[in-house]
Design a protein around this ligand. Structure first.
Ligand SMILES: [Zn+2]
Length: 197
């Protein structure tokens, strides 16, 4: 993994204003230095690539391809060990679906849908108690997951086929990758805290 200084030199001078990762509504802008420090501090290559794809606003195609490759390798390993049936449909080999499943996860992770109940704030205001409380719809995350039919459409397969075969594989991938996201989020927060010494 490259060090923070080398990484920083490849990042563009501006970065996306996602807000800080935990609250999602802090007006602080993430700087390339934050992102570089965070990416250089994680142990796993998956978390490293995820941070760059999620936060760095630059010619990141290389990182997307690398992230997809790492996820597909993991999926391929599961497919072999668990005897997943990967049927070809004539147009593409069954293993092409593993690539699509990886892209589905990446797309969902990079473009989380804003929660319609709290508008991304993670909190709602209770008129009776006159206090804000954790949004019950999204559990305070501020965003909600995609629907099953959106996922099926993204993979280019029928909803029924998605539910029958791919929903539980995707669930397993989500469980696995949630650990990676957590590692990345913690690294981002550490990097932001370190700004102030
Ligand atoms: Zn919500």
């Amino acid at each position: 993994m490259p060090n923070a200084a080398r990484l920083l030199s490849s990042l563009a001078p501006t970065s996306q204003s996602w807000g800080t990762p935990i609250t999602g509504r802090d007006p602080d802008r993430l700087t390339p230095a934050d992102i570089a420090r965070a990416a250089a501090s994680v142990r796993s290559e998956l978390a490293y690539r995820w941070i760059l794809c999620r936060y760095a606003d630059y010619r990141g195609q290389r990182d997307l391809v690398a992230l997809q490759g790492l996820i597909v390798a993991e999926l391929q390993d599961w497919a072999n060990r668990r005897g997943w049936k990967l049927r070809s449909n004539g147009k593409e080999p069954g293993t092409g679906k593993l690539g699509r499943l990886a892209i589905l996860w990446i797309a969902e992770s990079l473009h989380p849908r804003r929660c319609p109940a709290c508008h991304g704030l993670g909190e709602t205001f209770n008129r009776e108690t006159k206090a804000s409380e954790t949004c019950a719809h999204c559990g305070g995350r501020g965003h909600v997951r995609w629907s099953q039919s959106e996922r099926a459409r993204w993979m280019g397969i029928r909803h029924s086929a998605y539910q029958k075969r791919w929903a539980r594989r995707y669930y397993r991938l989500q469980m696995y990758m949630s650990v990676i996201e957590e590692e990345g989020l913690l690294a981002m927060n550490r990097a932001i805290e370190n700004r102030y010494g």
